[in-house]
Design a protein around this ligand. Structure first.
Ligand SMILES: *[C@@H]1O[C@H](CO)[C@@H](O)[C@H](O)[C@H]1NC(C)=O
Ligand SMILES: *[C@@H]1O[C@H](CO)[C@@H](O)[C@H](O)[C@H]1NC(C)=O
Length: 149
């Protein structure tokens, strides 16, 4: 019996360690979406320096230059609420995408032709378009930026 409970404690300890490691080491898809696509504070940043700075600051130029990325300049609540819109099919065929009913303020960053890792260079376009995001989770929130239309 004593043997059993010490095993149980060890098992529980390992389980807890695993959970802690997971929460420290691994970014959730929702957090990743926030890091890669959310920038509610900056409303007018229609220049290449914005993209060059932000792509780096948000860790999208590590190991390689992420070729394209869209930043959303709207409040988190508004972007999260897109998940409540009726579902549409994503580019990859999954049916968990949702389109915003209203256009949103966006900056689209695209890697320039001359840009070479590790000197990732981007061109910025300022857009006002509806967004399509994929949503997931018990708290159903955006996890992937699918398109702007
Ligand atoms: C970028 O990566 C560094 C090192 O891995 C980390 O400390 C930092 O928090 C990351 N930045 C963002 C915005 O996630
Ligand atoms: C919406 O999601 C439901 C359930 O996942 C699915 O059955 C339905 O086909 C989806 N609708 C569209 C338009 O993708």
């Amino acid at each position: 019996m004593a043997q059993m409970s010490s095993h149980m404690i060890l098992l529980l300890g390992l389980l807890l360690l695993g959970l802690v490691q997971q929460s420290v080491g691994k970014e959730s898809p929702a957090k990743k979406f926030q890091r890669q696509h959310m920038d509610p504070g900056n409303l007018i940043n229609n220049d290449n320096n914005y993209c060059n700075h932000m792509m780096k600051a948000r860790n999208m130029t590590k190991g390689r230059c992420k070729p394209v990325n869209t930043f959303i300049h709207e409040p988190k609540e508004l972007v999260d609420a897109v998940c409540q819109e009726s579902n549409i099919t994503c580019k990859n065929g999954q049916q968990k995408c949702h389109q915003s009913s209203l256009p949103m303020t966006l900056t689209y960053c695209k890697q320039t032709g001359a840009s070479k890792y590790p000197n990732c260079q981007y061109r910025a376009s300022y857009l006002t378009k509806r967004i399509i995001v994929a949503c997931e989770g018990k708290i159903y929130v955006p996890v992937h930026f699918d398109a702007s239309v």
